[in-house]
Design a protein around this ligand. Structure first.
Ligand SMILES: Nc1ncnc2c1ncn2[C@@H]1O[C@H](COP(=O)(O)OP(=O)(O)O)[C@@H](O)[C@H]1O
Ligand SMILES: Nc1ccn([C@@H]2O[C@H](COP(=O)(O)OP(=O)(O)O)[C@@H](O)[C@H]2O)c(=O)n1
Length: 652
């Protein structure tokens, strides 16, 4: 499984130019395809979902050409030229739900009896309902055949004359059904008006407003009575507006605005603002309810943390911003109490069951989550835990969990490429506005001076100090005490995973006992180097070591700080010295502590350990390409510290 590790972040600030809106891009592509005349579409989103729509209109015979950064769509004037096609819609709900009514309308009254368009998608798409939409189309006379489970894709559309003047559709499953019917309506209402009635409550209304707004840009007027009855007057045709610029994506904006609110800010998103036609800009109002400071421009929004520093819990009906509301469920981790997200039932039929998915993943971070049929209550933990987040092939799950890093937790996002659905550059953009907790990694062989230098540098910088070798030594000590064999990998990994050890200043405590000296014995030195060669032991200590990365920063020393535990460390040092110099230092250290020591034994032992540490299969000791080499054979401690402090200047 591919993954991306996001380190804990100190803060977020900066400016982001938003990628094009998915909702607008896909509507514009279809309307431009159906219109009379060429449309030059600017700032179109390039992502999996928009490629689905683009490929679909091309498969239906519409010409599309790149012109610099823009796309020229040569409209077909109301009837797709090719009505024999197999269209793959991936996992794009909007694409299938708007293509089906438009194709059905084009199949009406044609003279090719063998015309047939089939639509299919990824397995999840075949679980996403479309039956209510098809029922509506059948009222008009459409011929639709289910190719799998009735009510779900895949399906086949066949020629049939559409007749009725009235159609009704359910509004409480997906507003995309209504959008699909509305966009196809002018193709049906050639001689007589078409009335679309909505049964039940219409959810996600702002998306329908985007539809009406864009239809108007393409010259089609819709009469609306409340949100339950829409009349499309007869004889209208889509005509190209010539050129159209796609707004920035307001749903995507939610991640960056939240980053500003959670990570200090200010973070500004450019491309959607006060004048946006997208309902999701209202996400900024929800952040304001939490106490974030929001500033609006015509085409930008800026968010920063509340002056008090603490975000407030909320209880909100989020029916109008279902997508951006996912971001709010992660923001709830930063609130001063339990927050409730209401009226989000549509989450159940999205890319995944988002209520279940968010509940499961938020819990991994330590939150208490109550799941209801159409709501979620999130109670933040005292401290976020590092978590491995599963993303369910859902771009929004992947994107919104990146925000947890602003709460000081390491987050591993599994299958991060699922963001390609709407924002392939997401993680790079997120990295551009966030500042990871700094890490200075010092690796090197035994007695090279890592511990001594790390302690001094950490004190000078005001950072924490992680002596990772001590963890392996404690495992060795615990094993020796409990009589666990030093090659019993499973038992040793079990010991390591549940190690009741703590660092307190200079002291190392095991089960509350001071073992600072005990772990430095020769037996523990040899034992540590043996248990450290076992992959399961290293695995068991992996997240534990990462948890030491906390603001304002960390100096980590060991063998694999810069290669495995903190590969993104901003400063890496490979500290070494000749074997003779190191044996000499170790000898003096032991004699000072009143411990027995023999120079020849020490030198042999040191060489053996060097060998074992460098030859082992997992996390071998070696200098990383991006580490600065420091040979202290002929240096004083002060000189070594000065060298590292000079490198550490890069952290500021
Ligand atoms: N140039 C130097 N840099 C770091 N330590 C040095 C240097 N010269 C002598 N020493 C001494 O070497 C000894 C071993 O250092 P230590 O920090 O325990 O090494 P490590 O953590 O790499 O095993 C310490 O007593 C330290 O004072
Ligand atoms: N990050 C680390 C740190 C230590 N170790 C192992 O743990 C042993 C003890 O580490 P240490 O840093 O206390 O050892 P010294 O350098 O003090 O001898 C080393 O010999 C390594 O085998 C490791 O594998 N990875």
């Amino acid at each position: 499984m591919e993954f991306i590790d996001l380190p804990p972040m100190l803060q977020a600030a900066g400016s982001v130019r938003l990628p094009g809106s998915k909702s607008i891009s896909n509507r514009v592509l279809l309307l431009a395809a159906l219109a009379e005349g060429d449309t030059l579409v600017e700032a179109l989103l390039d992502s999996d979902d928009t490629r689905v729509m683009r490929n679909a209109i091309v498969a239906l015979g519409v010409e599309v050409a790149e012109e610099g950064e823009a796309l020229r769509v040569s409209g077909c004037g109301g009837r797709f030229p090719k009505l024999r096609a197999d269209i793959f819609v991936g996992n794009s709900g909007l694409s299938i739900r708007t293509l089906v009514p438009a194709i059905v309308a084009c199949l009406s009254g044609g003279d090719d009896a063998a015309a047939e368009v089939r639509l299919s998608g990824v397995p999840r798409m075949h679980e996403r309902p479309i039956g209510d939409l098809v029922d509506g189309l059948k009222q008009l006379g459409a011929r639709v055949e289910w190719l799998g489970e009735p009510g779900y894709p895949p399906l086949a559309l066949k020629p049939a004359l559409l007749g009725a003047e009235r159609v009704s559709v359910r509004g409480n499953v997906s507003s995309q059904f209504l959008t699909g019917l509305l966009q196809a309506a002018p193709l049906v209402a050639r001689d007589k008006p078409l009335v679309i009635e909505v049964e039940g409550e219409l959810i996600s209304r702002p998306y329908v407003e985007i539809t009406l707004n864009l239809m108007e840009r393409f010259g089609v007027r819709v009469e609306r009575e409340g949100w339950s009855r829409f009349t499309v007057p007869a004889g209208q045709r889509y005509t190209s507006p010539g050129r159209i610029a796609v707004e920035g994506d307001a749903s995507t904006a939610s991640y960056f605005l939240a980053a500003g609110a959670l990570g200090g800010g200010p973070v500004r998103v450019v491309g959607a603002g006060r004048q946006s036609i997208q309902g999701d800009v209202k996400f900024a109002d929800a952040l304001a309810v939490m106490g974030a400071e929001i500033t609006w421009g015509d085409d930008w929004i800026e968010a920063r943390a509340p002056a008090s520093g603490k975000l407030k819990a909320f209880d909100l009906d989020l029916n109008h911003i279902p997508d951006a509301a996912m971001t709010l469920s992660v923001a709830a981790l930063f609130a001063d109490g339990p927050s409730t997200l209401r009226n989000i039932g549509s989450w159940r039929v999205k890319e995944t069951d988002r209520i279940a998915a968010m509940a499961a993943e938020l819990r991994k971070l330590g939150a208490t989550v109550d799941e209801f049929p159409e709501a979620l209550r999130v109670t933040p933990p005292a401290e976020l835990r590092p978590a491995v987040i599963d993303t369910y092939d859902d771009h929004r799950v992947a994107m919104c969990f990146s925000l947890a890093t602003l709460g000081g937790a390491y987050v591993r996002i599994n299958d991060p490429k699922c963001v390609n659905k709407t924002f392939p550059e997401y993680f790079q953009t997120f990295a551009g506005i966030t500042r990871p907790v700094p890490v200075l990694a010092i690796d090197g062989p035994s007695a090279s001076g890592k511990g001594t230098v790390a302690a001094r540098v950490a004190a000078a910088l005001g950072f924490d100090h992680l002596d990772s070798g001590a963890l392996y030594r404690i495992v060795a000590l615990a094993a020796l005490e409990k009589g666990v064999a030093l090659d019993d990998e499973a038992a040793l990994a079990g010991l390591a995973a549940a190690l009741p050890a703590r660092f307190e200043g200079d002291k190392v405590l095991l089960d509350g006992r001071d073992v600072s000296d005990a772990i430095r014995s020769e037996a523990c030195s040899v034992g540590a180097s043996r248990v450290a060669a076992l992959p399961a032991v290293r695995e068991a200590l992996f997240w534990r070591q990462r948890a030491y990365r906390r603001g304002p920063g960390l100096v980590g020393e060991g063998r694999d700080m810069g290669s495995v535990i903190f590969p993104d460390a901003q400063v890496k040092i490979f500290l070494t010295a000749s074997a003779e110099a190191r044996a000499d230092r170790r000898y003096k250290q032991l004699i000072d502590k009143g411990m027995p020591a023999n120079m020849d034994d020490l030198l042999r032992d040191l060489r053996e350990r060097d060998e074992r540490d460098s030859r082992r299969a997992v996390a071998p000791l070696r200098k990383e390409d991006d580490a600065a080499l420091l040979d202290t054979s002929d240096m004083t401690v002060g000189q070594a510290v000065d060298f590292v402090m000079a490198e550490a200047a890069a952290l500021r």
